[in-house]
Structure formats: C-alpha cells, structure tokens
Design a protein. Structure first.
Length: 134
C-alpha cells in the first residue's frame, strides 16, 4: 500500500493541468511563431506593393517632367522663331524706307534742278506752269 501511495504522491502534489499546460505553452509558442511568420509575409507583401507604387509614381513624375520641359522648350522656340521673323521684317522695312528716302531726295534734287533750269529756259517755265508744278 505504501508503494501505491508513493505513486499517487507525485500526482497529488501536481498542480491541476500541469502536464497539459506544458503542451499548451508549446502549442501557443508554435502558434505565435506562425502568426509572426504570417505578419512578416504580410509586411513583405505590403513592401512589394509600396515599391511598385513608388515605381509607378516615379514613372508619372518622369512623364510630367518631360512634358513640362517639352512645353517650355516649344514656347521658347516659338518665341525665338517669331522674333526672328519680326527682326527680318523690321530689317526689310528699314531698307525700304532707306530706299524711299533716297528716291525722295533724288526727286527733290531733280525738282530743284528743273526749277533752276526753268529760269534759264522760258519754254520749260511755261510747261511747268501749265502742269501746275511751278
């Protein structure tokens, strides 16, 4: 009987569910590890998605930058072309004005010379008077 009591003694002094508790701690430990692994996988997925979104944003930024530079370049080229045409037109008008001034001065000189000669030649004076030029 004493031997039977000796076998029961450890069971009596054991806290209730102690043997089952060791298994449940290990089980919980495994479950916690699994959850951490799942969370790690989820973080990796989120990181991949963020990386792809950042790449997409970089591509959009590059496109808009290129469009802005192209627009500014076109505006500058357009203004330069327009100014070049205006400059050519101003040069042409200046040449024409200079040529017209030369023609006017030649006509004025011719008129002065004809008036001077009309004093010498009476027939020329009569012709100028009839044409209302004298």
């Amino acid at each position: 009987m004493l031997l039977e009591c000796e076998g029961l003694a450890p069971a009596l002094f054991q806290s209730p569910g102690q043997g089952a508790g060791e298994v449940s701690v290990e089980k919980r430990s495994e479950q916690t590890k699994q959850r951490f692994e799942e969370v790690d996988k989820r973080f990796e997925q989120v990181d991949k998605r963020m990386a792809s979104k950042i790449t997409f944003i970089k591509i959009l930024l590059g496109i808009f930058t290129t469009m802005t530079i192209a627009t500014i370049g076109f505006a500058i080229l357009d203004r330069w072309s327009a100014l070049r045409l205006v400059e050519q037109r101003v040069t042409e008008v200046a040449r024409t004005a200079h040529d017209e001034n030369d023609k006017k001065s030649k006509i004025e000189e011719l008129g002065k010379e004809v008036r001077r000669l009309s004093g010498v030649y009476e027939g020329l004076r009569a012709m100028l008077s009839k044409a209302n030029l004298f």
